[in-house]
Design a protein around this ligand. Sequence first.
Ligand SMILES: [Zn+2]
Length: 234
Amino acid sequence: MNQQQCRLKTIYIFIGPPGSGKGTLSNLCTSHFGWETLSTGNLCRKHIIEQTEIGKQIDFALKSGKLVSDSLITCLVEEWFEQISNKADAVILDGYPRTVAQAEALQNCLNTKFSWANIKIVRFSVEDEVVANRLGNRYTCTNKDCQAVYSLAKGSNLVPKRAAVCDYCSSVLGKRADDDMKAIQERLIVYHKHAGDLISFYGTQGYKAIEFNVDKNLDAVFTEFKQFACLHSL
Ligand SMILES: [Zn+2]
């Protein structure tokens, strides 16, 4: 594939703590601009359901209680890029790469196959206290096919219309096990370590992370991101 045949122009790599709204902003960009978002979790599930060769290997790893190896994830991601590169002008990588090893593998792939694409590293900045408060107040629809996210935080625009019931499918809302305070603090510590390593890695590759303040409401975050995207690439 070469530059003339390919629509893909910009790759946004979102680096941000859990609860900083990466997924929500990705969804908005997907619905408003027709961008594509890479979620490795969803991609793994899709391959397992479709029983592809990679899917079988992932399924085997998970059933044996192992982590899915970086090399399998890299295969998935490369294939995903091939498939979407003609479907969208921009893609968002949400929560991937997570480690420097994954970032190196991704960079190899992009340098080889999509060398013309702009890579923008966007670092979501928000105080730990703010995301901890958000996550601590986060409730998710227990219906596996819905999984809508709600917040009971004061002033949030994600408060459910009826207490503890999903607006869309009327299922009961529940709390994820990793949204309790101790687990949240641990996730934030792990996040900061990985984020620091990733930012340094991209620095050595000549990419400076853009600090993006997300301690504001969703409309303001989206407006600012649109301005930023227009200025830098669209
Ligand atoms: Zn629901």
